[in-house]
Design a binder for this molecule. Structure first.
Ligand SMILES: Cc1cc2nc3c(=O)[nH]c(=O)nc-3n(C[C@H](O)[C@H](O)[C@H](O)COP(=O)(O)O)c2cc1C
Length: 169
């Protein structure tokens, strides 16, 4: 896995940042939720391949991932997935089971216990190795003002990429 994920790096980042991807989380009580993300990154930290995701405190996903050990990111690389990304990025799992609405199909993870999204093209399975909440006291003022006018700060989760593969695999 150390370098396998590099094969899909450019394409994944392009679609993650421009269009969005599906972040799926599950807690130790078996609650699972999917939401759209576009803020995140893929790289090396601690000598390991790491996927970082930024989740605002207001999200239902935040409630779940705070008690989670793993997450998956499923990246669609087709414009045709815009409706599904908009669905997962506007509805909250606090009020409905997004996987039960006939819009997105869950598929078991290959290596982790969290589901992945069938309607995607590149899958990342991650083990959370670290997280930290944004501390406004050490955040540049201009970033604070442009990204956190409402005080809804992100927590950043670092997931070691333990599996990565194209959907058809
Ligand atoms: C294209 C797109 C990208 C998004 N990226 C993020 C993100 O990186 N982090 C975040 O906290 N919310 C992001 N959101 C907002 C969440 O997906 C949205 O608030 C969602 O309804 C939260 O679902 P939940 O309450 O079930 O967790 C994004 C939404 C869209 C449409």
């Amino acid at each position: 896995m150390a370098t396998e994920f590099m094969k899909y790096l450019d394409k994944s980042l392009k679609y993650l940042h421009r269009q969005g991807a599906f972040l799926t989380v599950a807690d130790d009580q078996g609650r699972e939720n999917v939401m759209t993300i576009s803020w995140g990154n893929i790289g090396f930290e601690w000598g390991r391949p790491i996927f970082t995701v930024l989740v605002r405190q207001s999200r239902f996903t935040h409630e779940i991932i705070e008690n989670a050990k793993e997450f998956t990111v499923s990246v669609p690389t087709r414009a045709a997935l815009r409706d599904q990304l908009a669905f997962a990025g506007t509805k909250s799992g606090r009020f409905l089971d997004k996987f039960a609405q006939g819009v997105l199909t869950k598929v078991p993870g290959r290596t982790v216990q969290v589901s992945t999204v069938k309607e995607s093209d590149i899958v990342y399975e991650c083990r959370i190795v670290y997280h930290h909440a944004i501390d406004p006291n050490i955040l540049a003022k201009d970033v604070d003002q442009t990204s956190y006018m409402d005080g809804d700060y992100h927590t950043i989760y670092y997931g070691e990429i333990v599996d990565c593969y194209p959907r058809e695999a």
